[in-house]
Design a protein around this ligand. Structure first.
Ligand code: AMP
Length: 191
């Protein structure tokens, strides 16, 4: 299986690139943010609880997202592989993902980490907020909190995959097609 952790701060372009990658490599795209927003729309207890953290730009509890992702992986037994987008966001999530995949006889192939500077991220997110209608993209202080949560809680996940020699950094600035080409070069060296 080809299992990719597509990593980067909010606004790095993970969702956009995941859409292109899943078509080219025939993978299942699992975005925790999209799944959580679906739960909010459906007004499930999980969604109602998660919304409180999401509106502030804070992380949803590890046990909630881990259980949610395990269910999604189990529901896609025939998958050729997965693109994990926005997950794992903590070292505890990365460990849990490793165990889940190990039990299913597979593992993470690589972490592709998109790098974009903070000023560019804020610009992109405010622009996205105008179209997406996402509350967490419309408020500059919530955006800044998400970036700070990324730096404190999520960036350490890089070390987790680096020690396993699975970490690949990708320049996330440029046109969508340029960045996609960089990601494909990295993946094609591994398959
Ligand atoms: P995203 O769409 O990936 O930017 O995620 C939007 C929000 O959903 C984040 O700011 C978090 O509140 C929540 N979220 C998404 N993925 C995770 C995760 N792996 N762990 C905890 N919270 C998450």
């Amino acid at each position: 299986m080809l299992n990719i952790v597509l990593f980067g701060p909010p606004g790095a372009g993970k969702g956009t690139q995941a859409e292109k990658l899943l078509k080219k490599y025939e993978l299942i795209h699992l975005s925790t943010g999209d799944i959580l927003r679906g739960e909010i729309c459906a007004e499930t207890p999980l969604g109602i609880e998660a919304k409180k953290s999401m509106d502030k730009g804070e992380l949803v509890a590890d046990e909630v997202v881990i259980a949610m992702m395990e269910a999604k992986i189990d529901a896609n037994k025939e998958a050729k592989g997965f693109i994990f987008d926005g997950f794992p966001r903590t070292t505890a999530q990365a460990e849990a993902l490793g165990e889940m995949l190990h039990e299913k006889g597979t593992n993470i192939t690589c972490m592709l980490a998109l790098f974009v500077d903070d000023d560019e991220l804020i610009k992109r997110l405010l622009l996205r907020g105008k179209d997406s209608g996402r509350a967490d993209d419309q408020d500059q202080s919530v955006i800044e909190n998400r970036i700070s949560v990324y730096n404190k809680e999520t960036a350490p996940v890089i070390d987790f995959y680096d020690t396993q020699n699975k970490y690949i950094s990708i320049d996330g600035v440029g046109s969508i097609d340029e960045i996609f080409a960089r990601l494909c070069v990295a993946i094609d060296q591994l398959i």
